[in-house]
Design a protein around this ligand. Structure first.
Ligand code: NAD
Length: 396
């Protein structure tokens, strides 16, 4: 079938297999061009490994330090007449490239929040790898089913205490308008914390620890975001910010639990980038458009792969993690540099529909968004017939 993009609001309901494969190959090339990551991880479990930061973590570990990887994700396979989700094609491409490079790679498609998935993955670690020395936790989900009670929690992106109005970008039309978001009510906060907070990370680490499949010196990392003050009401001080605070609570608890293994838990604060998760957050796409322009102009722009390569290469595995006052790794350092933030801040005040093309990088935002789904990649023949029903080799 011929597959073209079908964008509905902030998601694209189609994905292109060859385009996603090219996106994965491009990321591998970035890591390889930087040479091997000395002392990098060797046996890595990535929870949320099919798109965004998790996919790039898997690629950086495999192609930067020859790591065997196990990936967990929730994606829809393709059918004869219906494309798969992008993460399915990314994972198929990743496994193919890993096999060609002689690297072990196994993937699990299903609900990472469930006890059954944890048990399946632990059995695979025992059978194939013995232990893992790195666990990346990179889930982003709107919902989570509690494995003990069966209750379904839903996360919301809302301010706390008062409503919030700010400039916003309609990413379909390029119109800069104003958005007003009502504050969290009822149990919005605990629901969001239950989905995007640290409880499930803790459940994973407890299960892995109990099964004896964590190697001495194991490191685990989960991802967070802080960003500039203009986004704080909806992010840092909003419902999602409460969930990220909970992640930090769990990081401290995990640090203590891993101490007997000489292990370490981290929260890494990453840069704002276009991913399937971030495009759903109000206000953030406008901020990202302005940020991309400033960082591209000054030569410091990074995508998820450059971020994750830098996290492993320069922070987690070179003995110089440079934690901040709260013990977090900050690979958002270039985003948060005062010169970058002051320019973005000035342009934030001035930006409107007419000058967005000049002050921001909306074209860059749009092309990054489409690339997430395998569209707009160089060298891919989008007019050619393609098979949407390809498999992920390790998933039978
Ligand atoms: P993403 O949407 O690209 O990736 C989410 C991953 O989670 C996918 O692999 C998906 O398959 C998997 N997943 C979702 N629900 C699942 C389930 N029930 N079971 C198994 N797998 C499931 O998102 P992302 O932007 O890469 O976000 C990853 C983490 O990085 C999040 O914690 C996010 O807050 C954080 N982060 C993102 C940004 C950003 O700008 N995108 C910045 C800083 C931090």
């Amino acid at each position: 079938m011929i597959i073209s993009p079908k964008v509905r609001g902030f998601i694209c309901t189609t994905a292109h297999p060859e385009g996603c494969a090219k996106h994965v190959a491009d990321q591998i090339a970035v890591v390889k061009s930087r040479g091997p990551i000395a002392n990098g991880p060797k046996k890595v479990l990535v929870i949320g490994s099919s798109t965004g930061y998790g996919l790039s973590s898997r690629i950086a570990a495999a192609f930067g330090s020859d790591a065997a990887t196990i990936g967990v994700f929730f994606e829809r396979p393709g059918e004869e007449s219906r494309p798969a989700t992008a993460g399915w094609y990314n994972s198929a491409a990743f496994e193919k490239e890993a096999a060609a490079a002689g690297l072990y790679a196994r993937s699990f498609n299903g609900d990472a929040f469930s006890d059954a998935m944890k048990a399946e993955v632990i059995a695979a670690i025992k059978a194939d790898l013995g232990q893992v020395d790195c666990v990346v936790y990179s889930l982003a989900s709107p919902r989570r089913t509690d494995p003990k009670t069966g209750e379904v929690y839903s996360s919301v992106l809302k301010p706390i205490g008062q409503s919030y109005s700010a400039k916003n970008l309609n990413t379909n039309t390029g119109v800069v308008n104003e958005v007003s978001i009502e504050p969290a009510q009822g149990d919005d906060i605990p629901q969001t914390v239950a989905v995007m907070g640290g409880e499930d990370w803790m459940f994973w680490m407890d299960a892995l620890l109990e099964a004896g499949v964590l190697a001495e010196g194991v490191q685990t990392v989960a991802y967070s975001y802080i960003g500039p003050e203009v986004t704080w009401p909806i992010y840092k001080q909003g419902t999602i910010g409460k969930a990220k605070e909970d992640l930090e609570r769990v990081q401290r608890e995990l640090d203590a639990k891993l101490a007997p293994l000489k292990g370490k838990a981290w929260v890494s604060v990453n840069k704002a980038l276009v991913t399937q998760a971030s495009s759903a957050i109000p206000v953030v796409p406008l901020y990202i458009s302005l940020l991309y322009k400033v960082m591209k102009d000054e030569g410091t722009h990074e995508d998820t792969i450059e971020q994750m390569d830098r996290l492993f290469r320069d922070r987690m595995y070179n003995g110089n993690p440079q934690p901040d006052e709260a013990g977090r790794i900050r690979v958002d350092d270039w985003e948060m540099a005062p010169a970058v933030q002051s320019l973005v801040g000035e342009r934030w005040k001035e930006v409107n529909t007419e000058n967005l093309g000049e002050l921001g990088d909306f074209a860059g935002y749009q092309s990054s968004f489409l690339r997430l789904f395998g569209f707009g990649l160089e060298g891919v023949d989008y007019a050619a017939d393609t098979n949407p029903a390809i498999g992920v080799p390790s998933i039978k």
